[in-house]
Design a protein around this ligand. Structure first.
Ligand code: HEM
Length: 189
């Protein structure tokens, strides 16, 4: 995973705790003193170690921490990568265009990147509901749920987000129903 994700994690830990906690986390994860660079690729295992150790230090389930991390980075992705976001896009448009206009653009710029596959579909006969399908060897569905919550917070959009199928239970992909509580419905497919 690229250093930008580690940098977001560092920021998340420092903003919620402090610099010393980040140093202790690196130590306890067996990584030691380290500076992450956004454009450098680091082992996925290292990110997993940091998350599991942080969850242990904070006495929180890893899923809770991953969701909170996702919620924190949702709005930061929008500002750090504003050049991928078109004027007028809100939560639905971002989720609709993430695959072709955002994650795929990252791969076009650097084919060593391995972002997840994410698609958003309309659900037949359920005009207030979308289905989001996430596939990645990293199986970070709690981060996906958190990012959606972070985007909703940022745009003041109201969605109830429920995962109804999960790779951690042996499925090939994770699937979420997003049920809109407001009236800004946009048709996607
Ligand atoms: C402006 C929007 C976004 C940008 C610029 C962006 C960028 C990135 C980047 C740079 C990575 C790391 C890829 C690598 O290390 O190879 C990544 C991973 C990831 N992205 Fe995005 N992303 C965006 C929006 C989203 C959204 C809306 C979601 C989910 C709803 C999402 C879910 C994820 C997840 C879960 C990962 C972790 C890796 C994995 O699951 O395999 N991203 N993204």
């Amino acid at each position: 995973m690229y250093g930008v994700v580690f940098q977001f994690l560092q920021e998340f830990v420092i903003n919620n705790q402090d610099e010393q906690t980040w140093s202790t986390l690196l130590e306890k994860s067996g990584i030691g003193h380290k500076v992450y660079f956004s454009m450098v690729e680091y082992p996925d295992d290292e990110a997993i170690k940091l998350i599991l150790t942080a969850a242990d230090m904070l006495n929180l389930p890893p899923i809770t921490l991953l969701e909170a991390f996702g919620e924190d980075i949702g709005p930061k992705l929008l500002s750090n990568y504003h050049f991928y976001i078109e004027k007028g896009w809100r939560t639905v448009e971002i989720l609709k265009y993430i695959q072709n206009n955002i994650h795929q653009m990252l791969v076009n710029g650097n084919n060593r990147r391995k972002p997840p596959t994410i698609h958003l579909y309309d659900v037949p006969d359920q005009p207030d509901t979308y289905e989001l399908v996430y596939q990645s060897h990293r199986r970070l569905c709690p981060v996906v749920k958190g990012i959606i919550t972070g985007l909703c917070n940022h745009f003041d959009d109201q969605f109830d987000v429920k995962e109804h199928q999960c790779m951690h239970q042996g499925h090939l992909d994770c699937r979420f129903y997003l049920t809109q509580q407001g009236s800004n419905r946009v048709h996607v497919a």
